[in-house]
Design a protein around this ligand. Sequence first.
Ligand code: IPE
Ligand code: IPE
Ligand code: MG
Length: 253
Amino acid sequence: MSQPIDSEEATIDFDVPAKDRPRHIAIIMDGNGRWAERRGVTRIEGHRAGTQAARAAIRTCGQLGIEALTLYSFSTENWSRSAEEVAALMALVVELLPGEHDEMMEKGVRFRAIGDRTGLPNEVESALHHAERITQDNDRLHLTIAMNYGSRQEIVQAARALATQAAAGDLDPSNIDETLFAEALWTDGLPDPDLLIRTGGDYRVSNFLLWQISYAEIHVDTRFWPDFDQTAMLEAIREYARRHRRFGARPGK
Ligand code: IPE
Ligand code: IPE
Ligand code: MG
């Protein structure tokens, strides 16, 4: 069995062949607060540590040739946290994202953000927009950050957009099918996630990609997000590769 090595190398040796790896991995990065509590530091320190785990996950996906990685960074429900915590989460994006531009260009990372962009502070929106513009021609790893994201809101805005077109006479309602509906979602252009990872041990989806994960394999890891390292990611992919996806068909057919 080949040994995974944590390094800056462009690729890593991994015993799961490329054809058996997920094309798209989506992650609910949960547990920053509990990680911090365990260490007796502030929740905000936990979020900062979480950004390092996110960098490591992005790098590993790049090394493995994964096509798409979607990270749940801030949900529409997370506004109900303390003003201090919300402000710190927003500030981390503004502080850290510009420093990633060079590495994203070097590694061919195409950056995008999904969520209700109009609800974000201006400086956050402009940091996201800047990273999207700079990386728009990259095509190796499609990295999507879900920021002020809620899946129900995404579905509602898609329904509203299609209804608006229909009311204007530009769309025949009988032409609305799964493909057209998916194109109205913020994730338009991305394949559906094959693997959904949730760290922190909870078995729930917390309003994340409800439409898109219809047939995703779910992997719950009990580690808190800042502890989710390359070994943990490789383990999740290895477990995914062992599963038999049936898509509703009978086994063996
Ligand atoms: C996930 O960690 C990060 C965000 C939701 C922004 P949490 O902050 O939810 O950490 P726990 O679940 O309280 O440990
Ligand atoms: C989900 O974590 C949202 C993100 C990771 C951004 P939460 O901590 O907000 O979810 P719940 O409260 O456990 O459902
Ligand atoms: Mg949480």
